[in-house]
Design a protein around this ligand. Structure first.
Ligand code: AMP
Length: 191
């Protein structure tokens, strides 16, 4: 198995690059944001709980997100590997992920961290909000709050994996192909 975490702030291009990575490297895409939005669309109790939190740009509780990841991984035991997108977002989630993988004799192989400065992120997210239909992309205050949550709670996840030498930083500004090329080089040097 090859397990990859695509890491970076909201708007750094994780979704766009994920599509290209899963197609080329045959990984199963696991985006907690997409899973949560599917729960909201289906009107489940979990979706109802998550909706108001997500609209404020806050993080959904760890146990909710870890439970979802656990379920998807359990259903896909024969996957060639997972691409985690938007997860883990806290150190508690990272520890839970490591534990889940360890129970199956697996591990996180690599974290690719996309670097994009804050003003560019705000510009991209508000622009995406014009077409994405995502309420959390439409309001500048919410967009900035999401970046603040990232700075306060999520950057520590990169430090957590850095202690194991698993993090590769890649500039997330440039053409989609250029960034994908650099991601590919990183993946291939860790396979
Ligand atoms: P995303 O699609 O990754 O930008 O996530 C959208 C929103 O879903 C976030 O702002 C959070 O409210 C929630 N969310 C997604 N993934 C997580 C996670 N791993 N932990 C907590 N909240 C999450």
């Amino acid at each position: 198995m090859f397990n990859l975490i695509l890491f970076g702030p909201p708007g750094s291009g994780k979704g766009t690059q994920s599509e290209k990575i899963i197609a080329k490297y045959n990984l199963l895409h696991l985006s907690t944001g997409d899973l949560l939005r599917a729960q909201i669309s289906a009107g489940t109790p979990l979706g109802l709980e998550a909706k108001s939190i997500m609209e404020k740009g806050q993080l959904v509780p760890d146990n909710v997100v870890i439970g979802m990841i656990n379920d998807v991984m359990a259903y896909n035991k024969d996957a060639q590997g997972f691409l985690f997108d938007g997860f883990p977002r806290t150190v508690a989630q990272a520890e839970a992920l490591d534990q889940l993988l360890k129970e199956n004799g697996e591990k996180v192989n690599l974290m690719i961290s996309l670097k994009v400065d804050e003003e560019e992120l705000v510009k991209r997210l508000l622009n995406r909000g014009l077409t994405s239909g995502r309420p959390d992309d439409r309001n500048e205050e919410v967009v900035r709050y999401r970046i603040k949550e990232y700075n306060n709670k999520t950057t520590a996840v990169a430090d957590y994996y850095k202690q194991f030498g698993k993090v590769d930083e890649i500039v997330g500004i440039g053409s989609i192909e250029e960034i994908f090329d650099n991601i590919g080089k990183s993946i291939e040097s860790h396979q």
